[in-house]
Design a protein around this ligand. Sequence first.
Ligand SMILES: O=P(O)(O)O[C@H]1O[C@H](CO)[C@@H](O)[C@H]1O
Ligand SMILES: O=c1cc[nH]c(=O)[nH]1
Length: 320
Amino acid sequence: MASILPASNISMRPDKNTYGGKRFVHVKNPYLETMDEDILYHLDLGTKTHNLPAMFGDVKFVCVGGSPKRMKAFALLMHKELGLAEGGEDVEDICAGTDRYCMFKTGPVLSISHGMGVPSISIMLHELIKLLRHARCCDVTIIRIGTSGGIGIAPGSVVITDTAVDSFFRPRFEQVILDNIVTRSTELDKELVEELFTCSKNIPNFQTLIGHTMCTYDFYEGQGRLDGALCSFSREHKLDYLKRAYKAGVRNIEMESTVFAAMCGLCGLKAAVVCVTLLDRLDCDQINLSHDVLVEYQQRPQLLISNFIKKKLGLCDQIS
Ligand SMILES: O=P(O)(O)O[C@H]1O[C@H](CO)[C@@H](O)[C@H]1O
Ligand SMILES: O=c1cc[nH]c(=O)[nH]1
């Protein structure tokens, strides 16, 4: 039997999870308390094998993105920007014992890959959130730095998500739990959106805007592409759908934002989604950017977030 809760059911959200002015990470699972050991299987970490508070207790910023190479590049960028001394050429993959995800730590910044799509990021988030809890981290901000398809905006634009919506343009994430559908809010932190937008004004090299982000379960049919192995709709239907999405406030499409917003919100993490657009879906479906342009576009959210982190750490407010 399906039980559908309204998307606006904010009662699922912790009102406050602060103690002595600190914002701690929530886990909402009574069984965790009863476990003698917690093995974070896909991260190749565990509570008995690793001293998680010593390894991760100082983490304040977590940046996640689909690609391992991008997240390593971001870790190297943060290493340079934070002026850290050792190992500038390379950073160690903390999850090297598994090839599911990669993880790098540079000072208070954790950089983790999550693969493509809702199931992949959701597994990573379960284990990451438990990791932050075991490590007793507080006041953590988590940001997804991704790529996306734009709607009605120039390729290379960076979109800061105000609301993550599903394929029906609803601000909700539906999780199947046993044989129920549980609907969760995809609200993101408004203050963080504004802070990031303010920060973007210091970076004139590219356009940054705030808009809704649509999260789909598929790259091809799920995003209305005409170039997949299967396609059962017309070009007119595709364009009608994308134009309705635009009218509903959607400016870009990707594949993780709703579950990311829902899980981080429930667990007391300040969360944001910042994605560069690789194409305008009103114009085309195929991504035909050269390698160099693709790399430069992917650096745009990284540049914005590294500036934001440095500003928050009081390190600087200038453009790099
Ligand atoms: O660039 P990343 O972070 O992987 O994000 C986007 O790119 C992938 C599809 O190419 C999906 O995961 C989508 O969400
Ligand atoms: O069109 C695009 C481009 C990147 N990622 C997506 O999910 N869609």
